[in-house]
Design a binder for this molecule. Structure first.
Ligand code: DGL
Length: 263
């Protein structure tokens, strides 16, 4: 790669921005295309067949128009389903976002871990296989949240959401009562949820470790691209909404893009 590489970051909406910001920090030399498939949001409410039929051809169109060097599927609901299809159909490298069950179980002291994701993600065979292979004797509670992704979108878009609405989605993650035997680790298995991390911490009935896979994804992207070969300190960025809506989120989005102005 002699020029600045192009990285395409894809999600159903604004959640993938939490992955983007880590990738941008790791690779300021890259050009970024962020695609929010908001015309089909939320993915968590669609069937597996619908998501495959939507994402695989859409990715083909995006590859055709942006010619990325690498694509990040910054969505657990999609990654747990479509990664193998994408890799079979297209030749560029894909980096997915899947529930960080292995590191969470490795670090839990009480051996009680909860996985907070969309209803789709917690139902996936892929997620169940991660638990079979990597639970390491932990009791893993799967919590499928119907609304938290939409609540995070609303909050980021300037529509404040109530503590009670968040608390209701969060409550099933907290299992057990005694300090030494209750949940001590929660996997953020939807890229929207780190957008609400401060609120989640505040509303949790007791302190836990929150596991966000974004830094690990950024390291993987950087390894795959290899060392930067160009001296450009910062390349450009663009954001695409599949609905073509006018988002009016300019200043809110800038920090996720490392301060870049959006084309
Ligand atoms: N951001 C997506 C994820 O990581 C899910 C949001 C949705 O339901 O579309 O799973």
């Amino acid at each position: 790669m002699t020029n600045s590489p192009t990285i395409l970051v894809f999600d159903s909406g604004l959640g993938g921005l939490t992955v983007l910001r880590e990738v941008v920090a790791a690779r300021p030399d890259a050009h970024y295309v962020y695609v929010a498939d908001d015309a089909f949001f939320p993915y968590g409410h669609h069937s597996e067949d619908e998501i495959i039929a939507r994402v695989v051809p859409l990715m083909g169109e995006l590859i055709g128009s942006h010619d990325p060097d690498l694509a990040v599927i910054a969505c657990n609901t999609a990654s747990t389903l479509v990664l193998s299809h994408l890799r079979a159909a297209y030749s560029l490298p894909f980096v997915g976002t899947v529930p960080a069950i292995k590191p969470a179980c490795a670090q839990s002291k009480t051996r009680r871990v909860s996985v907070l994701g969309t209803k789709g993600t917690v139902k996936r065979e892929y997620t169940k296989a991660l638990i079979r292979d990597f639970a390491q004797g932990c009791e893993v509670t799967l919590v499928g949240s119907p609304e938290l992704a939409a609540l995070a979108e609303a909050e980021l878009s300037g529509h404040p959401i109530s503590d009670d609405a968040i608390r209701a989605e969060l409550a099933p993650c907290f299992v057990g009562e005694e300090a030494g035997a209750r949940t001590d680790t929660v996997v953020l298995a939807c890229t929207h949820y780190p957008l609400l991390l401060d609120r989640l911490k505040k509303l949790a009935p007791w302190p836990v470790d929150w596991i966000d896979p974004a830094p690990a994804i950024a390291r993987r992207v950087s390894d795959l691209l290899g060392a930067p070969t160009c001296a450009i300190a910062q390349s450009g960025a663009e954001m695409i909404f599949t609905s073509n809506r006018v988002h009016g989120l300019g200043a809110t989005l800038t920090p996720f893009f490392g301060g870049r102005a959006l084309a």
